[in-house]
Design a protein around this ligand. Structure first.
Ligand code: TYD
Length: 228
């Protein structure tokens, strides 16, 4: 049972470990949000008076020119846990100030593939970074603008996600630094997501059992996103 939400969400985040299938369902989520956004203003008007799509789809790390450069570094260059954490937060701050907040101010709905909870799951639970550091950075990074009003977690056992990744990536020459981590790391990531969700108010949180068949996942997503 999901807690009742009053208004259509404007800043929506999708979270889950690598292989959870969130990428597969992103276009469906976008379509649900577009239908909702279309009921209000069909198109958003940008700061310069330009008309843009009602839903902006973006991702982390990345989503702005500087943050995309930082993404390349964090996915490919060896670095210690704190450096990695500071880099994803630097990327997030730029993403919020350059992309997300301006889009929200222009009336767009924002759909973001990964956000703050990934840092709690991967850098916090996964790498063992001090929660006090994460709490401080989390509070600072959102200074000056809104955080998400809905976070959808694609939850599944780490072993199931690993099997999906193995199938998906068969024959792939290279996997990024996170995808090379072992099962124990991803078990901690799953637990980290639970802890991250517990920090949010319950009406902003939705869980998807990502081990279900795709059509059952879509049914659950429309129950969450499409208002009668
Ligand atoms: P990506 O290829 O986008 O993964 P996916 O398609 O599964 O979303 O790679 C992003 C990786 O970055 C992913 O493994 C998780 C990691 N990450 C962090 O470790 N911390 C963060 O704060 C974020 C946003 C991502």
């Amino acid at each position: 049972m999901q807690p009742a939400r009053q208004n259509s969400p404007r800043f929506v985040v999708v979270e889950g470990m690598d292989g959870s299938g969130k990428g597969t369902h992103l276009p469906f989520i976008e379509a649900c949000l577009s239908a909702g956004a279309g009921k209000g203003a069909a198109e958003a008007t940008g700061a310069a008076g330009t008309r843009g799509p009602s839903v902006l789809v973006t991702r982390e790390p990345g989503g702005s020119p500087l943050a995309e450069t930082l993404r390349d570094l964090v996915l490919t260059r060896p670095m210690d846990g704190l450096t990695e954490c500071l880099t994803v937060f630097a990327a997030r701050r730029d993403h919020l100030t350059q992309t997300i907040w301006p889009a929200l101010a222009a009336g767009q709905t924002v759909l973001c593939d990964r956000y703050l909870d990934s840092s709690w799951a991967y850098q916090g639970a996964g790498r063992g970074l001090d929660p006090a550091v994460l709490a401080l950075l989390s509070e600072q990074v959102e200074r000056g603008g809104p955080g998400p009003d809905l976070v959808i977690y694609f939850d599944l056992p780490a072993a199931v996600a690993a099997a999906r990744r193995a199938q998906r990536d068969a024959g792939l020459a290279q996997r990024d630094r996170f995808e090379q981590e072992d099962l124990a790391f991803f078990e901690r990531v799953r637990q980290g997501y639970r802890e991250a969700a517990a920090r949010r108010s319950p009406q902003t949180v939705a869980w998807i059992d990502a081990s279900q068949a795709p059509q059952d996942i879509q049914k659950q997503l429309s129950d969450i996103l499409v208002k009668p």
